[in-house]
Design a protein around this ligand. Structure first.
Ligand SMILES: C[S@@+](CC[C@H](N)C(=O)[O-])C[C@H]1O[C@@H](n2cnc3c(N)ncnc32)[C@H](O)[C@@H]1O
Length: 282
């Protein structure tokens, strides 16, 4: 393990990150594919009468959709600023009445919530990557607060996806990056999944997952009927082609349909920028 967990560093990072987190899933056509696939998996688990926890909700991109679907949503995050933005965005959408609670806390310890509280628990967009050695504890907690028969949905940044992402960057010095594997901790990430704090990377340390590893953590937490895939899938790291496809409605619909068909294939899970998964607490 390159680095141990530092909750205060994560809190500070996301407090300073501010509104950038809100635009993350709507910036480019590529980001919209990613958002679409995350929603596709979530859709059937939200709606009237459902009590939903959005854990590591960030600026509330998914919280708003959960509220719009008619569910009662609880927002949970370590960053006061992200919670403030999420609350503001939900208010602007006229959905404040759908907020049950707003809780600032750490995913390692969901002590504000009783066992078996939520119909659906969502932890999307990589909060679990920051948990490092506490990842099992966090997924255990997410499972504890889910009702029996309820669904847990997770997405994490993938180890192979993050490397593939470098290859998909525009105007990037690929040779300088792959030519300095020690400096960029490339071998460390490939072997352990851990990326320590780096002078050129503006992030707290993270652990990048393989699909098998995420599945193992979910199984250990008592989650069953696990389905696991990759998002974006066929277009993973292909930001420029996504940009071009978006200008033609038929081409765009075709790629979206193909993505929907492919993204939850088990064999695609390690291909995505995100590994996305769901399962049931029986
Ligand atoms: C990339 S954002 C994802 C936000 C949102 N779920 C989405 O998909 O748009 C990651 C969020 O996880 C939160 N987070 C990271 N570590 C956390 C922890 N230990 N406990 C609670 N929240 C955490 C951060 O503050 C940040 O808002």
């Amino acid at each position: 393990m390159g680095q141990t967990y530092n909750g205060e560093a994560i809190r500070n990072f996301y407090n300073n990150y501010g509104e950038k987190e809100w635009v993350r899933l709507d910036l480019t056509p590529y980001d919209r594919i990613n958002f679409h696939l995350h929603m596709k998996l979530l859709q059937e688990h939200i709606g009237e009468g459902k009590k939903v926890l959005d854990a590591g909700c960030g600026a509330g991109r998914f919280s708003i959709e959960i509220a719009r679907a008619g569910s009662e949503v609880t927002l949970f995050d370590i960053s006061d600023e992200q919670l403030r933005i999420a609350e503001e965005k939900i208010k602007e959408s006229g959905l404040t009445s759908k907020i049950d609670k707003i809780v600032r806390g750490d995913l390692r310890e969901l002590s504000s919530f009783e066992d078996n509280t939520f119909d659906t628990v969502v932890c999307y967009g990589a909060p679990l990557n920051y948990l490092l050695e506490n990842r099992q504890k966090a997924v255990d907690e997410l499972t504890r607060v889910t009702k029996k028969g309820g669904t847990i949905l997770l997405s994490v940044n993938s180890k192979w996806g993050v490397i593939r992402n470098q290859l998909g960057k525009a105007d990037f010095d690929y040779v300088s990056f792959f030519g300095q594997p020690d400096y960029w901790f490339i071998n460390e990430v490939a072997e352990t999944g851990d990326l320590p704090v780096h002078e050129m990377v503006n992030h707290p340390s993270r652990h990048f997952f393989e699909a098998e590893e995420l599945e193992e953590v979910m199984k250990k937490a008592g989650i069953e009927n696990i389905q696991i895939g990759g998002s974006p899938c066929l277009t993973s790291a292909f930001r420029e082609p996504a940009e071009k496809l978006a200008v033609d409605s038929t081409a765009w619909e075709t790629i979206i349909k193909l993505e929907e068909q492919a993204f939850m294939k088990r064999t695609m899970a390690d291909n995505g920028e995100f590994i996305i998964a769901k399962g049931i607490k029986l």
